[in-house]
Design a protein around this ligand. Structure first.
Ligand code: PMP
Length: 360
């Protein structure tokens, strides 16, 4: 008699490449100083919380949300000063938009290309959609190897290229002239993922009209709304028209829409916090660079990537001191002995610096 356990059925029907994955690990930092996930560390002011409470109480949760999220789109349109010629699509985090974009172009045999190391969800989504993934190694100091990128584009003819601008987990911003070369050479869609735009000096958003194959992807996760799950992509309506066919009809829930409307109107507060985090980033970078044996890399994000004499040991010492950072050692050969540290509040950064000074 053939055994009929859940494991038998899993082995029989789950795709081997899915079985081979491990689920995306999310840390559980009870009571720790959380510097691992590029969140904005500042809690909302009390008055704003009260406003949110009232707005949430008024949401008719028995009804489906506005599937087109018209009010949130209009608010974003205004704050981004988008011209009529460009359209927006919203996602349950930019993570969902990465999945929607990938699904849209995943013809059998189609290729996704991205520099490596970069945001891990690009490769995972290629796998989910059955696309081939090609990673092009970054060069010295995590610079884009533009020669290798252009050669790979010629060779692989990717349907989709992801460029994190600035890049995660390395923190650096690729030169705009090199991104332009990729846009011009690409035979397919190029997504410039500006998750960290609030902390960077450059953007391709104002340049969308120049490149018919460009989609600019953004998120509000890094500027204080990671819990809402709201990302957006800006592109020509020809692209959003197709993307909307893949998007689930009610992908942005009613509570997120209600709260986003309130917080998107707080541009001054969010900008003030981003400016403070940029100043703290410099302070953190200097403190790290002053430690014997520690090397930091240039960053235009809300995190600092640094190489340590022994990253697993430094990671463990920080954890024992109640501070959670991201250990990238083992994730990619170029990230050997690297830790990625999100910029926290001034007090959290002080605690981090004090703890680092005690590690030998
Ligand atoms: N793109 C990049 C480059 C990221 O680093 C992240 C978050 N780590 C995301 C997209 C996803 O962000 P979210 O889903 O929170 O919008």
């Amino acid at each position: 008699m053939i055994a009929r356990t859940p494991a038998d059925f899993v082995a029989a029907v789950v795709r081997p490449e899915i079985r081979g994955l491990s689920a995306y690990a999310v840390a559980h930092p009870q009571g720790m100083v959380k510097l691992d996930a590029m969140e904005n560390p500042f809690p909302l002011p009390e008055a704003l919380r009260a406003k949110i409470a009232a707005a949430v109480a008024a949401v008719p949760v028995n009804r489906y949300p506005d599937g087109g999220a018209g009010a949130v789109k209009a608010a974003l349109r205004t704050s981004l000063r988008l011209p009529e010629s460009l359209d927006l699509i919203l996602g349950n985090g930019s993570d969902e938009l990465i999945q929607i974009i990938t699904t849209m172009v995943a013809n059998p045999g189609a290729t996704m290309l991205a520099p490596a190391p970069s945001f891990v969800m690009y490769r995972r989504n290629a796998l989910y959609a059955g696309m081939r993934f090609v990673g092009v190694p970054l060069g010295t100091g995590f610079a884009l190897d533009i020669g290798a990128m252009l050669a790979a584009i010629e060779r692989e003819r990717p349907a989709l290229i992801f460029l994190a601008y600035p890049n995660n987990p390395t923190g650096n911003l690729f030169p705009a002239a090199e991104v332009e070369k990729i846009l011009v050479a690409a035979p397919g869609l190029v997504v410039v993922d500006e998750a960290y735009y609030a902390f960077a000096d450059a953007s391709f958003l104002p340049r969308l009209a120049e490149f018919p194959n460009l989609v600019v992807l953004r998120t509000v996760s890094k500027i204080g709304m990671a819990g809402l799950r709201l990302g957006y992509a800006v592109a020509a309506p020809e692209w959003t028209g197709e993307l909307n066919k893949v998007r689930q009809p009610y992908n942005l829930n009613a509570l997120t829409q209600a709260v986003a409307l309130i917080l998107l109107a707080e541009g001054a507060l969010l900008a003030e916090q981003a400016a403070l985090l940029k100043a703290e980033r410099s302070r953190l970078d200097s403190a790290l660079a002053a430690l014997a044996g520690v090397v930091t890399f240039r960053t235009q994000t809300n995190f600092v990537l640094a190489r340590f004499p022994d990253a697993p040991r430094w990671f463990a010492s920080l954890r024992d001191a109640g501070i959670l950072v991201k250990n990238l050692h083992g994730e990619h050969p170029l990230l050997e002995h690297c830790l990625r540290i999100t910029v926290g509040t001034p007090a959290e950064n002080d605690a981090l610096i004090a703890a680092l000074k005690t590690i030998r």
